[in-house]
Design a protein around this ligand. Sequence first.
Ligand SMILES: [Fe+2]
Ligand SMILES: [Fe+2]
Length: 494
Amino acid sequence: MEAATSNAETKEGIPLKLGMSNADLSELGDSLVKKLHVMMRVSQIYDANNVMFRRFMHENLETMNAITEKERRISLTMLKGDIFLNDQRLRYSVEGFCSFKYVITQWKKKRIGGVTFKGVLDERMLQEFLYTIKSLPDRRDENAANFNERMAYHKIHSIEVVPLDPIEDEDGDSALRKDDQKVVAKKVFFETLGTIKEVITQIKTKQYPDVRKLKRLAQTAVRLVMQDESILLGLTTIKNYDEYTFNHSVNVSIYSIAIGRRLGLSKKALTELGITAMLHDVGKSKVPRTVLNKPDKLDDAEWDLMKKHPLMGVEIVLNLKQLGEVNPRTVIGIFDHHLKTDLSGYPRLFRKKEPSLFGRIIQIADVYDAMTTPRVYRKKSYSPDQVLAIMLKDRETTFDPILLKIFIGLVGIFPVGSLVLLDTKEIAITYKVNPDSELLDRPQVIVIRREEKGEVKESLVDLSEPGSAGAYKRSIVKALDPNRYHIDIVKYFI
Ligand SMILES: [Fe+2]
Ligand SMILES: [Fe+2]
């Protein structure tokens, strides 16, 4: 998110600006949904007189009233699985996902499509709102009308809800429309992130991890990649610095499934590949954090330990009984994902044998994702096209050249999420790879224009669009460093 300069702050330190910009509003919305989530949860457990609940409500009122004072009203509306604050779609943060999901699920259950707060609220109003919503029976179309009646009865005229639009209530994911695919993709992405985190925490605390969910998520990811690979690929631009291991595992599995699909692997094999990639670094749970996050160079002993993570991963996976019969391809894939094609890398082999197909696929996905992500010991990440150039240089010794070619076909010469300069002097973000392999340098891009007033305008443009005299209308000149332009790439993909 672009940094918002603030001239006032709420109690929680959330910047407030007179006449809020979209970025401010979005930030506040994210925080509001998180608070709403906690309040709804707390109201499920405690009664209205509970001290903790009251304190919490009091704090939230300040945030909410601060917005209504500036914007005159707050309306939170659900539309196609997203939440809009007034007219702005909220883009949730990685940590905010659970809150969004909770609010959306609860409202859907109660057949509520949104709520408007039309004036300054007091504790009694907020309390009535929360407990009335809670008391509504599930799946009754008349809920919204009943809620509004109840508010009128209590003489609360500043809170109003609208009924759920029946379109929002379609569950199940058969015949997904584009927008629905996006919603499912986001859900799968963040759920996988959470599940990997859970599995790793359980392994660390010597509990019995439940990995059946990973299998279900891998199946959905495979289905999504088969329908439209660009949606999940777009989400790999999320590089969460703090949650590197989990985020990295999800990204590697998306890339791997997409490579596997282009190779023509069966659905079953793709699911196995997806699970293998999700678990490829599971052995790192046995490496101390101090080593994993060491900002300096590792010493010999630390490096030796680090090099054991594939083997430790194999050990862990062999103990995961719920995977059923552990697939040998999974075991071998985890074992050799750092083994280069010239058999250097690790673990050292006594017998010369080339790395497995899963191992070779995961290695490409792994290196690409690791290098495009900033790390503790390398604050600056490489841009996607720089990474591809480095990988191409190593193609004979490190990677399977054919798989690397497939991978480049998948992400394009300027991979999805690259910031680029066009010959029209416009700045753009690559959004979707051109399906024609001859036109890899002509993806669809989002052109970002800054208007005079500083407002940002975005438009989706196809670079294969012809211009005059047989030339193209726009072409990429070069890749740019997003850090220098202060552009938050991720927000275009979630
Ligand atoms: Fe690894
Ligand atoms: Fe890795």
